[in-house]
Write a new protein. Structure first.
Length: 192
């Protein structure tokens, strides 16, 4: 409930949300991957819970349609197939944040996850979304490791005057062995 209240405070209507997370904005995401994965933005599921399932499906369809328009294939995806695909995406990939799905669309348009040959092929798109999910997991792990490294470096940077990194580590280790709770805490690896 708190997430819904927070979302409606930020975007009081679905139209405001749609304007902020539109296909044009997706074109900037491939150059800003951290924004896609690290942003405090809603998931597709939260959009569905907040504005209704049909609005979430409509948002997905808009992005699918942007691929269809971009690809300019002879046989477009018909409305029923587009709706079914959007429903499947909502059911299976609702954990994705809106910018993550938009990044997928942008990467698909860049040809990273395949292409259509002559007609819009829903199976090609769904296979591409599975590949994106694998890439997403790798990116999230990379970000987690970077954040953990940054935390380690920040803790290490807090070296008291008169010590260098090695002598401070040795002193912290000695204090931890003597039972000093602060020293024990400083030697713990960063939280996952």
């Amino acid at each position: 409930m708190a997430q819904i209240a927070c979302l409606t405070k930020r975007y009081s209507t679905f139209e405001q949300l749609g304007a902020a997370f539109n296909p044009t904005a997706a074109a900037r995401l491939p150059n800003n991957i951290d924004k896609a994965f690290n942003s405090d933005t809603p998931t597709i599921l939260l959009v569905s819970d907040t504005y209704g399932r049909e609005k979430a499906i409509k948002w997905i369809e808009i992005h699918i349609n942007s691929i269809d328009l971009y690809a300019q294939v002879k046989n477009d995806l018909d409305e029923d197939a587009r709706n079914e695909m959007a429903n499947l995406i909502l059911s299976h990939y609702s954990f994705l944040k809106l910018p993550e799905f938009m990044l997928f669309v942008a990467r698909f348009k860049l040809g990273i996850y395949g292409r259509f040959y002559g007609s819009f092929d829903p199976l090609v798109l769904m296979e591409a979304l599975k590949k994106f999910q694998v890439d997403r997991n790798i990116e999230l792990e990379r970000i987690r490791l970077q954040n953990a490294q940054r935390e380690i470096e920040e803790r290490a940077a807090q070296i008291p005057e008169g010590y260098n990194s090695w002598t401070w580590y040795q002193e912290t280790k000695r204090l931890a062995e003597a039972g000093d709770p602060d020293a024990i805490e400083r030697l713990k690896p960063p939280k996952r």
